[in-house]
Design a protein around this ligand. Structure first.
Ligand code: ADP
Ligand code: MG
Length: 171
């Protein structure tokens, strides 16, 4: 399988949100986004932009579903925001109904997706976020599967990294 990859650096929280919004504008039903990166990396901020791009009403607060594990938002497509940080038993994802959600027509964004057993996700877009020494955030996006590759290739940032205001030192 050819894995399509792009690297995007964001220099401010608003740019991380822009990247999420860009994904939300373009994403098709049934897409799975696997978010990886340490606490405070920007996973939830990205999902806030994703919700905006999907047309979730602006007065709805998108927060990490740390205790509930899954939040659902109504947008152009249903958005399932999943956070596995507190998933103690790696098999418990079955109990939270994850398989049904992943198989459905909504968009799933999974924080701490690296806690899932290897190979569990079919077609998915992996977003690995690293905090760089200057506090900017490096997003390594990798599309595993045709659906995710199509999404990635269609993003404005794929052909033009500046489309998220991606210049260093910008205020
Ligand atoms: P996570 O869900 O990964 O634990 P959050 O999204 O809750 O992280 O928090 C990320 C933090 O990083 C927020 O305080 C946000 O303002 C900040 N942040 C996001 N993107 C950037 C960026 N490009 N540069 C600096 N700070 C950022
Ligand atoms: Mg979070």
């Amino acid at each position: 399988m050819t894995v399509v990859r792009i690297r995007i650096v964001t220099y401010r929280p608003a740019q991380t949100r822009d990247l999420g919004r860009m994904l939300g504008n373009a994403v098709a039903g049934g897409t799975v986004l696997a978010l990886e990166g340490e606490l405070g990396a920007g996973k939830t901020v990205l999902v806030q932009g994703l919700a905006e791009g999907l047309g979730v009403a602006p007065h709805i607060a998108v927060t990490s579903p740390t205790y509930t594990l899954i939040n659902e938002y109504a947008g152009r497509l249903p958005l399932f925001h999943i956070d596995l940080y507190r998933l103690e038993d790696p098999t418990a994802f079955e109990e939270i109904g994850l398989f049904d959600i992943l198989a459905g027509d909504g968009v799933s964004a999974i924080e701490w997706a690296d806690r899932l057993p290897d190979g569990l996700l079919d077609d998915h877009l992996c977003l690995h976020i690293s905090i760089l020494p200057d506090d900017s955030r490096q997003f390594d996006l990798a599309a595993y599967g045709q659906k995710s590759a199509d999404l990635l290739r269609g993003l404005p940032a794929f052909s033009d990294p500046k489309s998220i205001g991606n210049e260093e030192g910008e205020e």
